[in-house]
Ligand binder design. Structure first.
Ligand code: HH2
Length: 289
């Protein structure tokens, strides 16, 4: 694999750059009725979502320190029912158009090239592909548009991924998969400075697998590409703390800070203010040392 010369410092996002000289927060805007922690937040009576509320939440996230906002129109929680590209577009596009006026970097959380294309045309700078770029059309779209790209590891798909996932060594297998998907993306013309990788916490992994991945996250960091993680409010935190989804913020922030210490640079979170504060403290101690 070619050395990721610019990787680690910044990510190309069309005509802009995501600065990674310090850890950054990606604020989650789920425009879904069924996301595991914030589904239905923006209503939906099939006449569309509440754009004013989405804009209010987004503005608050940016004020609280989010460097980018991640808009998603399909829940990927285990067992979730897949939605069509048309439905994902109906959910996300009005929100993306509205948020594009804010000036923040925007990401689309989708596995579908059609949805990503529409989102990029409406102002998105980054594609968060939880399928890890399995569809070559997605890789070609990213190559042509110059958008940033997150390649995430997922075993199977959301409908089936938690049915007895098994690994010999989860860190090794996730690392090998990400390496292979990076190679595929580069072959399709994506530049190394567009790529971010994510081990996919909770995607086709049991509790022990998630812990092993987080303990061994330096092995993913060692790939030389910026690493993103999404642990916010997930069941891994619930299993450690015994708390319900709404009460997992402290555990989520603790995990983000520990991961930042180990070289993770992008944090996909619901609780932007709390995570930004935790990371600011981590950074202050680091530079003081
Ligand atoms: N997790 C979720 C969705 N997208 N993207 C990346 N890169 N990494 C993640 O860990 C990740 C992700 C699942 O969380 P959420 O969006 O809160 O829930 P749902 O899938 O139910 O909408």
């Amino acid at each position: 694999m070619p050395p990721a010369s610019e990787a680690g410092q910044r990510v190309r996002c069309k005509d802009r750059w995501l600065d990674l000289s310090h850890p950054v927060v990606l604020g989650v805007i789920n425009v879904t009725p069924d996301s595991f922690s914030d589904g239905g937040r923006f209503g939906d009576d099939n006449d569309g979502f509440d754009l004013n509320e989405a804009e209010r939440v987004a503005r608050q996230m940016v004020a609280d320190g989010a460097a980018m906002l991640d808009v998603g129109g399909e829940s990927t929680r285990p067992g979730a029912t897949p939605v069509s590209a048309e439905e994902e577009i109906r959910r996300t596009l009005p929100v993306i158009s509205r948020l594009s006026g804010l000036g923040a970097l925007l990401s689309i959380d989708t596995r579908k090239p059609r949805v990503a294309r529409e989102a990029i045309m409406s102002g998105c700078h980054f594609v968060n592909d939880v399928s890890g770029g399995r569809d070559p059309d997605m890789l070609r779209l990213v190559a042509h548009s110059g958008a940033g790209l997150c390649l995430m590891h997922m075993r199977g798909d959301p409908a089936t991924m938690q049915k007895n996932p098994d690994y010999q060594s989860v860190c090794d297998e996730v690392r090998v998969y990400l390496e292979q998907q990076i190679e595929r993306a580069l072959r399709e013309g994506v530049h190394e400075n567009q790529i971010v990788v994510d081990p996919g916490i909770g995607f086709g992994k049991r509790f022990e697998h998630n812990l092993d991945l987080l303990r061994g996250i330096e092995r993913i960091v060692a790939l030389g590409f910026p690493v993103m993680i999404g642990v916010s409010r997930k069941s891994t935190i619930g299993q450690i703390t015994g708390r319900d989804v709404a009460d997992r913020v402290y555990g989520s922030v603790a995990l983000a800070v520990l991961a930042a210490e180990r070289g993770v640079s992008i944090f996909r979170v619901h609780d932007v203010a709390a995570t930004s504060d935790g990371l600011a403290v981590q950074q202050a101690l680091r530079s003081a040392g």
